[in-house]
Design a protein around this ligand. Structure first.
Ligand SMILES: NC(=O)C1=CN([C@@H]2O[C@H](COP(=O)(O)OP(=O)(O)OC[C@H]3O[C@@H](n4cnc5c(N)ncnc54)[C@H](O)[C@@H]3O)[C@@H](O)[C@H]2O)C=CC1
Ligand SMILES: O=C(O)C(=O)COP(=O)(O)O
Length: 526
């Protein structure tokens, strides 16, 4: 039975789903070295933002197939390291959108009306009505940095409260922004004009310290900043300084460069700085959503099915996968076949998509071909997650060509591998019933389904050669299931493709190569 480690607090709904297919161990608050120690025994890891899945953890995770992040941000996971190791990383892109957006709005209003301090004041027996005179958000300008799922919902709510909306997001079209009711502006203008600035971007090298002393200097003394996205996007020391000196009016932060925050100049600030302990996603509803969303994906992957929100398998969405499944099998088989014909190191792979294959998204097909190509070298270690990266690291150049015209088959795939031992090519197609047929080997036309044990020869087309190979195999007690010959011209060169019931015993290939007229011979196991 598979084993799943849940290392952050996850809603029971997720645990219940995982328990249907695996042994689930919930161990939260593990020290880093303890996680490294126990991770080798697990097939899946389910986390939130607290567990740091470092390169060290991943290197130790010999069995791990999937890391499920019950939330959005995967910046606590070394995704490139996971990808290299063939581990799928999934998240829940929408499960906590509303929760995070509502928390940003809550912080904006709390900041405008000093709710946390007013509450503390009343509870301590005071009645300080003058001290807590606030500001309205109505008709104020809200600058939204990052107009994705959370940013868009914040925009909708803010618009309903009568706010004017500016947005900065280099990856969103003007039309989309206008549809949401936002005016797209550059960051500089947003900093200068906004009364409130709310961040809804991922933490990346580009967004780290986006709000630094220089940016803060551009803002109005009445500006208030809300960060419900990620710590590290704001330079916390510069922010504390800006509020203290009255360069801006205040800030409300849910996320920090280091969590838990511990000692920080931000903790010394008064009512104009509000801090919450990364609560954006912490609603009952969101926690059920993300737990179910991610647990279902872990369950599916453990059952050998695709994940719907993998962050490190480009283009391999379940609906695409389902449609392309037969072609992925074809690509993988041909990749495996051509690598065995090539024998040695492959330097480049030309992937030619023909007919209806050329009209589909080619990325998954190319990945499947690479997975097949690398199977001989990496066996089970290569999968859809790491095939591209493994090929790249081996210096395999991938060239993709396509031709929409339909020829003999509705769709066919041609792979050409150039390597240290020469050039080989195979073409394959799917028959009506989805059966794979190899239709060409090294430009010789044939028509055979791939089988487990195969023998390919390149020989001179001359009488007697086929009989000699048959007798030779018979003398070694190898049974031939089927045989086909392909040639371009009579008595020129030809290929022979034999499907064998048994693997070729050692030494037989050498004997075959001694038969007069045989130029080359390859055994292939698919
Ligand atoms: N505080 C909390 O508990 C939570 C925090 N989050 C954080 O909120 C962030 C946003 O989440 P979603 O809206 O779901 O993501 P999303 O992917 O839907 O939206 C992110 C947007 O940021 C934009 N973007 C990327 N780089 C940018 C840049 N350099 N400048 C401006 N815009 C840029 C993208 O184009 C995209 O539209 C995530 O980073 C996530 O980690 C999410 C949920 C809960
Ligand atoms: O989903 C996200 O990106 C979050 O930041 C939520 O974090 P959490 O799962 O509450 O630790």
């Amino acid at each position: 039975m598979s084993k799943v480690l849940v290392s952050d607090p996850i809603d029971q709904a997720g645990i219940d789903i995982l328990s249907q297919v695996a042994q689930v161990d919930v161990k939260t608050g593990l020290p880093a070295e303890e996680l490294v120690r126990i991770i080798p025994e697990y097939d899946a890891l389910m986390i939130r933002s607290e567990t740091r899945v470092t390169q060290e953890v991943i290197a130790a995770a010999k069995q791990l197939k999937i890391i499920g992040r019950a939330g959005v941000g995967v910046d606590n996971v070394d995704v490139p390291a996971a990808t290299r190791q063939g581990i799928v990383v999934v998240n829940s892109p929408e499960g906590n959108t509303i929760a995070a957006a509502e928390h940003a709005i809550a912080l904006m209003l709390a900041l405008s009306r000093s709710i946390p301090d007013a509450n503390t004041s009343v509870k301590s027996g005071k009645w300080e009505r003058k001290k807590f005179v606030g500001t309205e958000v109505y008709k104020k300008t809200l600058g939204i940095v990052g107009l994705g799922k959370i940013g868009s919902h914040v925009a909708a709510v803010a618009k309903a409260m009568g706010m004017k909306l500016l947005a900065f997001d280099p990856f969103i079209s003007t039309e989309r922004a206008e549809h949401i009711g936002c005016r797209l502006v550059d960051l500089d203008m947003l900093f200068r004009e906004a009364d409130y600035i709310t961040l809804h971007i991922p933490k990346t090298p580009e967004t780290t310290n986006l709000i630094n002393a220089e940016a803060l200097a551009k803002m109005k003394p009445t500006t208030r900043i809300i960060n419900c996205a990620r710590g590290g996007i704001i330079d916390e020391a510069a922010l504390a300084e800006a509020v203290k000196e009255g360069k801006i009016a205040g800030a409300a932060l849910d996320v920090f460069a280091k969590e838990p925050l511990g000692e920080s100049p931000l903790c010394q600030m008064g009512k104009d700085v509000i801090l919450t302990p990364h609560l954006g996603a912490s609603t009952a509803e969101a926690q059920v959503n993300v737990a179910i969303d991610v647990a279902e994906q872990i369950r599916d992957v453990l059952l050998g099915l695709p994940a719907r929100s993998a962050v490190n398998i480009p283009g391999l969405y379940p609906d695409v996968l389902e449609k392309l499944k037969p072609y992925l099998r074809l690509a993988e088989t041909l990749g495996n076949l051509v690598s065995q014909l090539a024998g040695g190191r492959v330097e480049s792979l030309n992937v030619h998509l023909q007919g209806e294959l050329a009209t589909n998204d080619s990325k998954p097909i190319v990945i499947a071909a690479l997975k097949g190509l690398l199977y001989q070298a990496l066996r089970e270690r290569v999968n859809y997650v790491n095939a591209s990266i493994e090929a790249k690291e081996r210096g395999i150049r991938v060239i993709e060509t396509r031709d929409n015209a339909v020829r003999d088959y509705a769709g066919s795939l041609h792979l050409e591998a150039k390597g240290s031992l020469g050039e080989h090519s195979v073409t394959g197609a799917l028959l009506g019933d989805g059966e794979i047929h190899i239709t060409d080997i090294n430009d010789f036309p044939i028509n055979v389904p791939p089988t487990h044990h195969m023998l390919f020869t390149l020989h001179r087309d001359m009488p007697g050669i086929i009989g000699k190979i048959g007798s030779l195999l018979g003398s070694f007690n190898v049974n031939i299931a089927s045989m086909q010959v392909g040639r371009k011209i009579v008595r020129g060169d030809a290929v022979m493709v034999l499907s064998l019931d048994d693997p070729l015993p050692e030494g037989v290939l050498t004997e075959i190569l001694k038969v007069p007229g045989i130029r080359d011979a390859y055994t292939v196991t698919l």
